[in-house]
Ligand binder design. Structure first.
Ligand SMILES: Nc1ncnc2c1ncn2[C@@H]1O[C@H](COP(=O)(O)OP(=O)(O)OP(=O)(O)O)[C@@H](O)[C@H]1O
Ligand SMILES: [Mg+2]
Length: 249
């Protein structure tokens, strides 16, 4: 589905991503793990196009997308979320989903800021799509709440729903469980499993290894900008150099 070849990304001599090649297989949740500073978020940003690669090539669904800006990758179905929630605190939950929708910029953003009464009729389709997601993620009662008032877990769900508004084929998630109360972690994991079972492909950075065990197969391990191993989690746990790099890292 996605193949990245020999990706490099430097920051003034600092090799954040240092020659990474990975392949993402369709309809699976691929895990991306590694110690702090391994380059996981940088790799995700390069794949999504929010950060240009210093070198390397990225092929998505048979097309070389290396030079495409993020919004054109998103149009093709490659969408990311951020490690820190990026919701608009002063907009309602529904508005947050609306402004994430494709071709929903400019006047529509103004519309969202003015409130739902002013949305154009052709946006009712997007409202329906947003409400469908809210229902599905158990957030319909929060539709009119300001996103800034939500719990950590609810903000994560908004982040995921915002990405889903773009109807991705491959969703890149950066620590979707971080800052989430343990009671909601299971709920989010369940949603991700359902999305996968429906055919969505996911590449996910995650620190919680029991979640990686549950959700991710295969798993790619990064340390110091390089891939140091990949495969099933059970097999990776048997490789001392990986355990060491990850736990000591
Ligand atoms: N914009 C930037 N400018 C300079 N250095 C950066 C920038 N972004 C990341 N880095 C550096 O690149 C390295 C990799 O960072 P990155 O955020 O990709 O790691 P990570 O694996 O996501 O870590 P974490 O688990 O802490 O989120 C780090 O040393 C980081 O300080
Ligand atoms: Mg990170």
């Amino acid at each position: 589905m996605l193949a990245a070849r020999d990706i490099h990304r430097h920051f003034e001599g600092m090799h954040a991503v240092d020659g990474v090649s990975i392949e993402v297989m369709p309809e699976r949740i691929t895990g991306l793990i590694g110690p702090n500073g391994a380059g996981k978020s940088t790799l995700l940003a390069v794949l999504a196009g929010t950060l240009p690669a210093s070198s390397g090539t990225i092929v998505f669904q048979g097309e070389d997308i290396t030079r495409l800006p993020a919004y054109q990758r998103a149009r093709r179905g490659l969408v990311r979320t951020f490690q820190l929630p990026s919701e608009f605190a002063q907009l309602t939950v529904l508005e947050n989903l609306m402004v994430a929708a494709p071709d929903n910029r400019g006047e529509s953003l103004l519309g969202a800021l003015l409130g739902k009464r002013y949305w154009m009729p052709d946006e009712t389709r997007l409202v329906a799509q947003a409400r469908g997601l809210l229902k599905r993620f158990g957030m319909n009662a929060k539709e009119s709440d300001y996103a800034g008032t939500l719990s950590g877990g609810q903000k994560r769900l908004v982040e995921i729903m915002r990405a889903l508004m773009l109807r991705p084929k491959l969703l890149l998630l950066d620590e979707p469980m971080s800052g989430v109360h343990p009671s909601i972690v299971d709920e989010i994991a369940g949603y991700l499993e359902t999305l996968r079972d429906e055919g969505l492909t996911i590449l996910m950075v995650e620190h919680e290894l029991h979640m990686v065990d549950r959700l991710c197969d295969p798993v790619v391990v990064m340390a110091q900008g390089k891939v140091i191993g990949q495969g099933g989690m059970a097999a990776l746990r048997k490789q001392p150099e990986i355990v060491e790099a990850y736990l000591v890292g």
